[in-house]
Design a protein around this ligand. Structure first.
Ligand code: SAH
Ligand code: SF4
Length: 359
C-alpha cells in the first residue's frame, strides 16, 4: 500500500524548506534534514536527536525518507559489479547496479519498473511495462549505492550515475530530470552533470525537450542499426520515431547545446556487426560530434542471438576510426555471471509488499 507521507527523496532543497516552513522551522533545520538525507545517509531524519522534538514529530507524521529495502543482492565473481534487487512500496521491484570500472564507481539506475519499448534482445523489454518510478525512487537508488560504499563495500566515492538500468528514461521525463536535479544539488550528493548520462532508445520528443531546456546531462542514444528497416526489427519504438527524425533530433541537440552525443550499438553476431554495417553507421553519423559505444550482446532468456567476437568488433571499430574519424569503445563485459550486464535487468513483482525501513 502506498503511503500518503511525502517522500523526502523526491524534494529539492527549496521544496524541503517550503515543507518545513509552516511548521515554524528555521532554514537551519531544513539544512540539517537535507544533510541527514544525503551526507549522513541516515535512514530516518525524524530519528535525528539534534533536531527539536517538534520537528521530529512533524516529520514522522507527514514525511518519510523512502529508503528502498534490499530483497536480494549479488556480487560478480571478479568483484567489480554488485547488483541489488530493491523493493518498492507497492510490491514492484527494480534492479540497481554498482559498477567499478577503470578506477571509478558508477551507479546504474532504473527509471521504470519494466519497459514499454519492447527491444527484442533486452530482458527488461521482455518483461513488459509495469510503471514509472517516482523521482524519489530514482534518487533513493543512488542513495542506496552511496550508502553501501560509505558502509565499506570496497570504498570509493560515488561520482557517476547512468540512467541505463531498467526502463526508458525519456518515457518518464519529468521524474528523471527532477531526480537528476536533486542528485546535483551542491549541498547534497553534489554529482556533476558531466558525470550523469541518460541513455534513450530514441524518444524523439524527449531528446528535443532536453535540447530546448538546455539539459546539462549527457545524452546516449541506442542506435543498433543504421537504416530504418533493420532498426525497426530490433527496436519496435523505431516505428513511432523513425531513424531520420531521430537523427534530426540528435543534430538539434548537438547544435543547440554544442555537445557530442554517445551512440550505443549492441553488437549481435551476423546481424549488425559486419563492415557494411560499420560503413552505414559512419555515413549516418557523418559530421555529428559523437562517440560510439559498442556493447557485445549479453544473453537474455527471450533472444537467441550471439555476441560479436572481439576480432569482428575490432574490425567494426577500425572502419569507424579510419574511414570516418569517429571515436568508439568496446564496452567491457562485466557482471554477466550475475545478470547485471546491459539489458539483463529484470525483476519479478513480489507477492507481498516489502516491510523494510522507510516503508
Ligand atoms: N532504455 C534505455 C536505457 C536502458 S538499456 C535504452 O534503451 O537506451 C541500456 C543499454 O543496454 C541500451 O543501449 C540497450 O540497447 C542496451 N542493451 C539492451 N539489451 C542488451 C543486451 N542483451 N546486450 C547488450 N546490450 C543491451
Ligand atoms: Fe527498454 Fe532500453 Fe530495454 Fe529497449 S533496451 S526494452 S528501451 S530498457
Amino acid at each position: 500500500m502506498a503511503s500518503t507521507h511525502t517522500d523526502l527523496y523526491g524534494l529539492t532543497l527549496a521544496e524541503l524548506r517550503a515543507l518545513l516552513e509552516p511548521w515554524d522551522l528555521n532554514p537551519i533545520h531544513a539544512a540539517r534534514v537535507w544533510r541527514q538525507l544525503y551526507l549522513g545517509l541516515a535512514r530516518a531524519p525524524e530519528g535525528d536527536e539534534a533536531l527539536p522534538a517538534r520537528v521530529r514529530s512533524r516529520l514522522a507524521a507527514h514525511a518519510r525518507a523512502g529508503v528502498l529495502p534490499v530483497s536480494a543482492e549479488a556480487e560478480s565473481s571478479d568483484g567489480f559489479t554488485r547488483k541489488y534487487l530493491l523493493g518498492l512500496q507497492d510490491g514492484q521491484r527494480i534492479e540497481t547496479v554498482l559498477m567499478r570500472f577503470t578506477g571509478r564507481v558508477t551507479a546504474c539506475v532504473s527509471s521504470q519498473a519494466g519497459c514499454a519499448m519492447g527491444c527484442v534482445f533486452c530482458a527488461t523489454g521482455q518483461m513488459g511495462y509495469r510503471r514509472h518510478l517516482t523521482a524519489a525512487e530514482i534518487v533513493a537508488q543512488v542513495v542506496h549505492v552511496a550508502r553501501s560504499l560509505a558502509g565499506g563495500e570496497g570504498g570509493g566515492r560515488l561520482r557517476n550515475v547512468v540512467f541505463m538500468g531498467m526502463g526508458e528514461p525519456l518515457h518518464n521525463y519529468d521524474a528523471v530530470m527532477r531526480a537528476s536535479d536533486i542528485l546535483r544539488d551542491p549541498s547534497g550528493l553534489a554529482l556533476s552533470a558531466e558525470r550523469i548520462t541518460l541513455s534513450t532508445v530514441g524518444v524523439v520528443p524527449g531528446i528535443r525537450r532536453m535540447a530546448d531546456e538546455a539539459s546539462p546531462i549527457h545524452l546516449a542514444v541506442s542506435l543498433h542499426a543504421a537504416n530504418q528497416d533493420e532498426r525497426a526489427a530490433l527496436v519496435p519504438a523505431a516505428r513511432k520515431w523513425p531513424l531520420d527524425e531521430l537523427m534530426d533530433a540528435c543534430r538539434h541537440f548537438s547544435e543547440t547545446l554544442g555537445r557530442r552525443i554517445f551512440f550505443e550499438w549492441t553488437l549481435i553476431e551476423g546481424r549488425n556487426d559486419t563492415e557494411r554495417h560499420a560503413h552505414e553507421v559512419g555515413r549516418l553519423i557523418g559530421r555529428l560530434p559523437a562517440q560510439v559505444n559498442l556493447i557485445p550482446l549479453n544473453p537474455t532468456a527471450g533472444y537467441g542471438g550471439s555476441p560479436t567476437r572481439s576480432e569482428a568488433a575490432r574490425r567494426f571499430q577500425h572502419v569507424l576510426t579510419e574511414d570516418y574519424g569517429i571515436p568508439s569503445t568496446v564496452r567491457q563485459r562485466r557482471g554477466i555471471d550475475i545478470a547485471a550486464g546491459c539489458g539483463q535487468l529484470a525483476a519479478p513483482v513480489s507477492r507481498t509488499a516489502p516491510s523494510g525501513p522507510g516503508s
